[in-house]
Design a protein around this ligand. Sequence first.
Ligand code: UDP
Length: 278
Amino acid sequence: MIMLSLVSSRRIIVAVKPTNASSQTLTAAQRRIAILGVGIDDVTEAEVLARLDDLLRSGRPHHLVTINPEFVVEAQVNPAFRTMLARADLSTADGFGILLAARYLGTPLRGRVTGVDLTWHLAALCADRGYRMFLLGAAPGVAEATANVLQARYPQLVIAGTYAGSPQPRHEPFLRQMIHAAHPDVLLVAYGHPHQDLWIARNQPLLQVPLAVGVGGTFDYISGRVPRAPAAIRRVGMEWAYRLVRQPQRWRRIINAVPRFVWLVLRYGRHAASPTLY
Ligand code: UDP
């Protein structure tokens, strides 16, 4: 059983007690909703962590995706991305917009599990259990800086490796070789969407890492390269606006995704099957 005490996003205390009971409690209760054809698991942060503990113990390869509205919009026009999302072992709601849409559609979700919070919890879990973590992606030096921050909080954490690299398919053989040699149990991939999760889907069958997670801009936040929105702003779902002000180069992406997501949910969300836009 995993007991979480979330004091704030900057101080997370995780106590992990070894037990065999968590799998029974969690898999039995699992419920998956769909927003425009994209499945999202109705799980709380504590449940996800207990589930990951089980998945890691199994040693088999798994893929966790953290869904935000941009993923849902992309899935409507990118069949490969949509198929990949459908095959993921666990899909959590990352963006606040996902929670709002789920509530509007009459299938409310109990919680939100962001890539940043998940990374902190996973670091605690890995430190406690002796699992090895590999950080792939972001600008040169950022994954390494992130590893240093995580290890400063969890000195027992074993970092199997860090590397910026590139999501381009021609670099995959080299990256696979490097990751394979490092023997990680947890692989965090920060190439932004949709590349990071497509990268995992292409490479996981060969890598067989027990847990791979696409984490978006997480390394930028944890390393301090990009300031995260204050908790009060995150709570009211305005993180996207904060990012827009702090990183104006993102405006095209955000302006493209947010209104389209709202329109698609209002127009097609309640239909049994969402339209195929590709
Ligand atoms: N990134 C990268 N290589 C690329 C594209 C993106 O390493 O070719 C990294 C980028 O440096 C950032 C991360 O991917 O650290 C996620 O970027 P973004 O904030 O756009 O992702 P989001 O969280 O919005 O999915």
